[in-house]
Design a protein around this ligand. Structure first.
Ligand SMILES: Nc1ncnc2c1ncn2[C@@H]1O[C@H](COP(=O)(O)OP(=O)(O)OP(=O)(O)O)[C@@H](O)[C@H]1O
Length: 342
């Protein structure tokens, strides 16, 4: 089952091809649409909403053809635009009720749904204040609320974390995840930050210059290459314990990767052992653990940690695409460690 399907979708403006024969199927769940600024994300959203006709190709949303059924699509799909579009003198309640009425809800239902939705996005206390005085995070929440108020089956969120600080971004990403887990509403969320959707999305679609670079489940992105992060102490016999262990593990036939967080505190002491190269299966991983444990014991080093790491999306992507135009900022720098502890 697909919620969005495009076939050779192309959008040409006089000077630029914003979408270039894009063929992609998006299934229910939370899908991240990632691409640098100008990659074609907003253009795709406008076509999917039936607001802008494609030059070539076809697209369907919830089984409806975007070139014919724009009105019906917009009844069932919520849209959170990228830019600030909120009237400053109006309260969140007034605005979201208005948007609910525009979507066809009767007055009482519009008021009830507005209260529920604003509570859901965490804006209940401030709902009667004029939005001109809201913080960026609050404005983003109102934009999300108006996309959800008519109980759509799918929401298209254009850069919902724009302008938010790291905490606000995390809160917004949690909220987006819950749109699907709590309400079963599928989400297509765009970002120019490759790393930030990793935790939130079931699937990731990466586009660059309007072309599809890769579409797969987030797990496929991140689990392709399992790594074991190992950190050991130095001893009198081995003043550089890390170097001694590196030599021992290489001689034992294991593959080591350069620490990706080079420059981060402590990164020089971190060995990343490729578990995938040992077969990837549990048996292979167990053999790698045993080899590392034995090598550490033989050298008489202290084992500070041995833990599983998965690649972050951005790292996988750098491997696949040597010269991407993607902005990789926003991938959380690792402080000499991992976020996936075995
Ligand atoms: N109405 C338009 N007329 C001409 N060119 C356009 C128009 N809309 C978008 N473009 C161009 O199409 C390309 C894709 O733009 P689009 O807004 O879809 O990218 P994006 O991935 O959403 O980036 P951003 O996050 O910066 O909006 C860009 O080169 C942009 O300049």
């Amino acid at each position: 089952m697909t919620v969005i399907a495009t076939q050779s979708l192309t959008m040409r403006y006089p000077r630029v091809t914003a979408l270039d024969r894009l063929t992609v199927d998006i299934t229910p769940g939370v899908t991240g649409l990632v691409g640098a600024n100008g990659a074609g994300k907003s253009t795709l959203i406008k076509i999917l909403l039936g607001l802008s006709p494609a030059t070539e190709g076809t697209a369907s949303v919830l089984g409806m053809d975007v070139s014919r059924d724009g009105g019906a699509i917009r009844e069932r799909v919520g849209y959170m635009p990228e830019h600030d579009c909120l009237p400053p003198d109006v309260s969140a309640t007034e605005f979201v009720v208005h948007m609910a009425r525009m979507s066809g809800l009767p007055p009482t239902a519009a008021r009830e749904r507005t209260a529920d939705t604003l509570r859901h996005v965490g804006l209940y206390e401030e709902r009667y204040r004029a939005m001109g005085g809201y913080s960026t995070g609050m404005k983003q929440r109102v934009k999300l609320a108006q996309a959800l108020v008519h109980d759509p089956r799918l929401v298209l969120l254009d850069e919902p974390t724009n302008g938010l600080d790291p905490v606000g971004r995390d809160d917004m990403l949690d909220l987006i995840r819950r749109v699907y887990t709590d309400f079963g509403i599928s989400v297509l969320v765009t970002s120019h930050l490759l790393g930030e959707l990793e935790r939130t999305c079931d699937h990731v679609v990466v586009i660059d210059g309007g072309k599809l670079l890769r579409a797969s489940t987030t797990a496929d992105f991140t689990q392709d290459a399992a790594l074991l992060a190992v950190e050991v102490t130095d001893t009198d016999t081995h003043p550089d314990g890390t170097a001694a262990l590196r030599t021992a593990l290489t001689s034992a036939g294991l593959t080591l990767q350069a620490p990706t967080e080079a420059g981060a505190p402590g990164s020089g002491h971190l060995l990343l052992v490729d578990v995938g190269a040992a077969g990837g299966a549990d048996a292979g991983a167990d053999a790698v653990h045993d080899t590392v444990r034995d090598a550490v014991a033989d050298l008489g080093l202290g084992l500070i940690r041995m833990e599983h790491r998965r690649h972050h999306i951005s790292e996988v992507f750098q491997d696949d695409t040597p010269a991407p135009q993607l902005e990789l900022a926003g991938t959380r720098p690792q402080e000499g460690g991992s976020d996936d502890v075995a």
